[in-house]
Design a protein around this ligand. Structure first.
Ligand code: CMC
Length: 428
């Protein structure tokens, strides 16, 4: 290997593959000619070493626990920015001027409603339906009511579809929440900012005057910022993959919601609280559950621990842990789950199994404690994650379309039967 290429010796021949530079972090080997030249393909289960795209949206350094949105460290963004500004930053690449910010907010406000017929679709779901399933279905159904947004041929079309998606998605998230609680749905209010509007649509009671609680709105805003993008994770890769077939934005995001639902991904925030409740009901024996997680014959895992990329700490978890503390204090709530979470973290972080595998609390470990303090039902936690991740999904989808990435189509190493003749039923 030299500095700018890798040489592969195979079958008595030598092949050269260029190194693709990065601004920071992993550089890549461009193997696009590998199969044509050698007849070989690469095999990388779970894409642990495979770069799927070039991107300039988000950077994360798993060894040093760093996360940047468009170059800005997450700690600064979480402290100084707000979710609407972060959406703009991810989508457009730069922090907005005051005029750009106003015009972005105006663009969102223009679509701050959802077609009334969509409510009929919501109505036919049973209340017991998991909100992520409802959300994914409603998001896909948006296509039928906004067909023009599917047909994107320019950057302007992409930005227009993005603003429409951002506006309508907050309604769908709030509606799934209201459905879960059996409350009538609320509509958007353009006098509020994005997070306040979402908060009002969720929490306004039909029979009471409405007050915005700044502590709750501030906490929601921070949580949404922390979830806003995380480069090529499972749901984002899904959105990009589906979109690479030139599928519309709503349908692509709907697929991303399904990917996020899984307990190894966004669904972990629900699974963490269920695990903490289980430990509490079982007498609070934290060590017993740490042992279970280590036992290879037991498929129990410590939910909210471990990450594919972070092998030191998850910077989002550090911010969320502090926020959870602050919010419980501010709201005067004592939550046994927080005590158990802290004990669990202490025990696991001193245990050789977790230390040697570099397993640390991730973003989902403490977020559920905040959601619970805000009165959000457990099954809704992953919907909150989805609302936060929306700008990431859209920005990555937009980048994929603007780069004109080819349709995603991995290959395989086939290990099935050789060619064989069909056997008639009577002879089997
Ligand atoms: N509890 C116990 N053991 C674990 C855990 C855990 N939470 N996570 C990983 N391990 C072990 C795993 O058994 C394996 O051990 P060994 O080397 O002996 O076979 C080793 O650590 C490496 O794990 P892996 O599954 O190969 O790692 P991965 O990069 O494929 O998976 C992960 C990453 C996040 C899916 C995994 O750590 C996990 O399942 N964590 C629990 C679920 C969770 O909290 N997910 C949220 C992730 S962050 C937010 C998001 O992405 O949405």
């Amino acid at each position: 290997m030299s500095d700018n290429k890798v040489v592969l010796n195979y079958d008595g021949k030598s092949f050269e593959y260029p190194i693709i530079d990065s601004t920071i972090g992993d550089r890549g080997i461009d193997i696009s000619k590998l199969r044509d030249q050698t007849g070989l393909i690469t095999l990388d289960l779970g894409y642990k070493n495979t770069g799927a795209t070039l991107s300039d949206i988000t950077y994360l350094d798993g060894d040093n626990g760093e996360l940047y949105y468009r170059g800005y460290p997450i700690e600064q963004i979480a402290e100084k920015s707000n979710f609407t500004e972060v959406m703009y930053l991810l989508l457009h690449g730069e922090l907005p001027t005051s005029d750009q910010f106003q015009s972005f907010q105006k663009g969102i406000n223009k679509y701050n409603f959802v077609a009334d017929e969509m409510k009929k679709i919501l109505d036919v779901f049973p209340r017991s339906a998991h909100p992520m399933g409802v959300l994914s279905s409603l998001t896909s159904a948006l296509t039928a009511f906004n067909p023009r947004a599917v047909d994107v041929n320019s950057k302007e079309d992409l930005d227009h579809a993005a603003e429409m998606m951002i506006a309508k998605f907050s309604h769908l998230c709030a509606w799934t929440y209201r459905k879960k609680l059996g409350l009538p749905i609320n509509h958007g209010d353009n006098s509020l900012n994005y997070v306040e509007n979402f908060y009002k649509m969720c929490f306004r009671r039909p029979n009471e005057e409405f007050h915005l609680d700044p502590i709750v709105v501030g906490a929601l805003d921070k949580l949404l910022i922390l979830h806003a993008d995380h480069e090529q994770n499972c749901s984002t890769s899904t959105v990009r993959m589906v979109g690479s077939a030139h599928t519309g934005l709503f349908a692509s995001v709907s697929a991303g919601i399904s990917a996020l639902w899984g307990p190894l991904h966004g669904g972990a925030n629900q699974a963490v609280i269920e695990m903490l409740e289980l430990i509490e009901q079982d007498g609070g024996d934290v060590a017993k559950y740490v042992e279970k997680a280590k036992n290879k014959d037991d498929n129990f895992r410590l939910m909210g621990f471990g990450h594919r990329v972070y092998k030191n700490f998850d910077p989002r978890a550090t911010i969320i842990k502090k926020a959870a503390d602050d919010i419980l204090n501010a709201l005067g709530i004592e939550d046994k789950a927080l005590d158990i979470a802290m004990q669990l973290e202490r025990v696991a972080l001193e245990d050789e199994y977790f230390v040697s595998r570099k397993l640390y609390p991730n973003v989902d470990f403490y977020s559920g404690i905040i959601y619970r303090a805000l009165g959000i039902p457990t099954e809704m936690f992953t919907v909150m994650f989805a609302l936060g991740r929306l700008p990431g999904w859209i920005s990555q989808w937009k980048e994929m379309r603007l780069h004109n990435d080819p349709i995603g189509r991995p290959r395989q190493v086939y290990q099935g039967a050789q060619k064989r003749d069909y056997v008639d039923f009577s002879a089997r």
